[in-house]
Design a protein around this ligand. Structure first.
Ligand code: FMN
Length: 195
């Protein structure tokens, strides 16, 4: 049941050192590719990385980008990151058994919206398979795309490290329906930006 999967799913940043069969991930991509897309362009590409050397290179390049980002970040986002304990270090990029790099084909209409819909489908499919991930959005996607040989028309949207969850962190709270739904007229219920 989708409600149960959605309620149970949480971001996982720590993984067990247990092998993940590529077939399991392919089954999840089979579900993701059923997502709707603008003009049915299906403007997505999924790159699976299992090679430890490639994973290590991706991690190094991502962490270089993160160092620059963390030096510059200020304001509410900076405070939120500090509060949550996030740093430039991204060990999950090597610890996860597989990395799934999701690209959008930028020449297609609504390529970003469509690709993120497919990513949403994928997150629930992974949950159903007992797999965990974090929707990691690198600060230097263009450099990573180049590293893995993506054509310039493809934008790297996210890197999903895939593995069996080993993360005790509880699920982040969600807003109540009353806070996010209004009827007939938009109720101007101003919310804090970050939770
Ligand atoms: C578009 C998007 C970008 C995100 N980028 C990152 C990221 O770069 N690094 C990270 O650790 N988590 C990232 N996340 C995960 C969110 O922090 C997480 O989904 C949110 O805090 C809610 O927690 P939950 O997924 O456990 O319910 C991202 C999530 C989304 C949807």
């Amino acid at each position: 049941m989708i409600l149960k999967l959605a309620k149970k799913r949480k971001t996982v940043r720590k993984f067990k050192q247990e092998n993940v069969p590529v077939e399991k991930l392919l089954k999840c991509i089979e579900i993701a590719k059923e997502a709707p897309s603008g003009m049915n362009a299906q403007p997505w590409h999924f790159l699976i990385v299992s090679d430890p050397i490639v994973k290590a290179n991706i991690r190094r390049m991502c962490e270089d980008g993160e160092k620059t980002f963390y030096e510059r970040v200020k304001g509410e986002l900076g405070e939120w990151l500090k509060d949550k304990g996030f740093t430039w270090k991204k060990p999950f990029l090597e610890e996860a058994q597989l990395l799934l790099l999701v690209f959008s084909y930028t020449k297609a209409p609504y390529s970003k919206e469509s690709t993120w819909l497919a990513i949403g489908y994928l997150l629930l499919a992974l949950e159903e398979e007992g797999l965990g991930t974090v929707t990691y959005t690198p600060s230097n996607p263009g450099e990573i795309a180049k590293l893995v040989g993506a054509p310039k028309e493809y934008r790297l949207e996210t890197i999903l490290p895939i593995g069996y969850p080993n993360d005790k962190k509880p699920k982040e709270p969600r807003k109540n329906l009353e806070e996010i739904v209004s009827m007939n007229k938009f109720e101007n219920n101003i919310q804090p930006l970050f939770h």
